[in-house]
Write a protein that binds this ligand. Structure first.
Ligand code: ADP
Ligand code: ZN
Ligand code: MG
Length: 481
């Protein structure tokens, strides 16, 4: 079926950059500072007569992002003043970029990037309810965040579903982390996603867009987009398309709804003009862009490809490593200990993603679990591969390993868990089990298959799971023939 309406989405994503100091002054850039107004100075408080000095590291970080996205790094770039009045913007304008962003173009997960530019963050306002004896609601402003380097990335309107938007934003967060340019934690507001959404009955034309703000998680990005698409589709369906207006809407997490905040201002309202207090930037002169490109770390996309090619593991497993730097590093050390053998790596990866991660999460609550040394873990995998231990014992030892991290062979020997391959010894145990369960043995002889399972189970119990169940099965059949 052909969709009746065309959904179009473009994202604007802000990320606070991880620098020692703020964008235009020497104040500490510390997102974890909880005491209000301690990282401030005359520059970021906009005292008269002060002058900004651009933070080179912040510019470098934006260039890195541009290079990783395959965008064009501008030859010429400059800052502009974006004028508006609001208590969180002490100068009465924000230093941002308008005509000459640092980065133009680029692509991530098939989504075309329009631009990436640099600006300063605003102060953080806290709106509080009226107190007893007070005259009404009031607001407090914390200027620690004022002037923190803020990168803004804008995509082209080429996204067509909530899931696609969510996946793009997740991938971008991952990229920022790999490049080490931002912590990009959405809950902490270090990364903020704004979604522009339109729905159109005419596939040749865009509909009127609304912009949704206050999205503090990837889940709310997806839910808010779904909500808006439904809201606008309903209006169109009911002949009320003219009620869709270009506006800014907020997302109410409690009500799981968007609500109108204000009708959208357009760029001329900001009276942008080039910032006269900062020098123009000739980026290819100020930075060695080629060297920077060569110096980029391995990117998520590259790492995925390498893991797929070199390790041959499942996509799902690969994602677990891609998203967790510590786990990934540990896994690569395990791979080395396994001699890079694909067959062994697959077994290892199955135990890691199916069992170990879960064990760690459970035990982590008690605060004691950790990744075992790659040596011990690899040894466990070798023991499993060589059929010295079966799957149940492997899991059992793995549970031990994340707590005690001892030589698994020693552990297995001490606990009597090494697979019993000695048939005569197994036969002895089997004879004993038959003697103890004469009726069940008779039942099996008469054709009751389930009885055999019970008998095998008894042997497994007797040997603490160390017997090879297939061999035990065969032996029973032979003896009870
Ligand atoms: P504005 O001038 O309103 O800020 P821009 O053209 O700068 O609009 O675009 C802002 C964001 O909105 C971009 O991410 C862009 O891809 C997206 N966008 C533009 N038009 C539409 C539309 N009709 N539907 C959905 N998103 C759109
Ligand atoms: Zn300052
Ligand atoms: Mg815009």
């Amino acid at each position: 079926m052909k969709e009746k309406y065309k959904t179009t989405i473009g994202l604007e994503i802000h990320a606070e950059l991880k620098t020692k100091t703020k964008m235009f002054c020497g104040c500490k850039n510390d997102p974890d500072e909880i005491r209000p107004n301690v990282n401030i100075c005359p520059v970021c408080m906009a005292h008269p007569g002060t002058l900004p000095v651009a933070n080179k590291r912040a510019i470098e970080n934006v260039i890195k992002v541009g290079l990783a996205l395959g965008g064009k790094i501008a030859d010429f770039s400059e800052f502009d003043r974006k004028n508006y009045f609001y208590p969180d913007i002490p100068k009465g304008y924000q230093i941002s970029q308008y005509k000459h962003p640092i980065v133009s173009g680029g692509n991530l997960k098939g989504v075309a990037i329009t631009r990436v530019h640099l600006e300063e963050d605003t102060a953080a306002s806290k709106h509080l309810p009226a107190q007893v004896g007070d005259r009404g609601e009031y607001s407090l402003i914390d200027f620690n965040r004022a002037g923190v380097p803020l990168m803004e990335l804008v995509t082209e309107p080429v996204i067509h579903s909530a899931e696609e938007a969510g996946n793009f934003a997740r991938e971008l967060q991952l990229l920022f982390k790999y490049l080490d340019v931002s912590e990009a934690n959405m809950e902490k507001g270090e990364m903020r996603v704004e979604a522009n959404i339109s729905v159109s009955a005419n596939p040749e034309k865009f509909g009127t867009k609304v912009e949704v703000k206050n999205l503090n998680s990837f889940r709310s990005v997806e839910k808010a987009i779904k909500y808006e698409v439904e809201r606008m589709t309903d209006l169109l369906e009911n002949g009320r398309g003219d009620e869709i207006i270009q506006e800014t809407r907020g997302w109410d997490e409690n009500k799981q709804k968007t609500f109108s905040q204000r009708s959208k201002e357009s760029s001329h309202d900001y009276r942008y003009f080039p910032e006269p207090d900062l020098p123009k930037m000739y980026l290819h002169k100020a930075f060695n862009i080629d060297e920077m490109k060569k110096g980029l770390p391995e990117l998520p996309r590259e790492k995925r490809e390498r893991f797929k090619k070199d390790f041959g593991i499942k996509d799902e497993d690969i994602e677990s490593y891609i998203n967790d730097a510590a786990l990934s590093l540990w896994f690569e050390n395990v791979v080395k200990k396994l001699g890079g053998e694909k067959e062994l790596i697959k077994i290892a990866s199955n135990y890691i993603t199916n069992d170990m991660i879960g064990f760690l999460e459970t035990v982590m609550v008690a605060g004691t679990a950790k990744y075992p040394t790659p040596e011990n873990f690899a040894k466990l995998i070798f023991m499993n591969f060589n059929k010295e231990i079966n799957s149940a014992v492997t899991k059992k030892l793995l549970g031990n390993l994340v707590i005690f991290d001892e030589d698994p062979e020693k552990l297995a020997r001490e606990e009597g868990l090494l697979q019993e391959k000695d048939e005569s010894k197994l036969k002895e145990i089997i004879e004993k089990i038959i003697k103890d369960n004469p009726k069940t043995a008779e039942d099996y002889k008469k054709g009751k298959e389930a009885s055999l399972q019970f008998l095998v189970g008894q042997v497994m119990r007797e040997t603490k799971g160390s017997a090879n169940p297939q061999i035990v099965n065969e032996l029973f059949k032979e003896i009870l023939k």
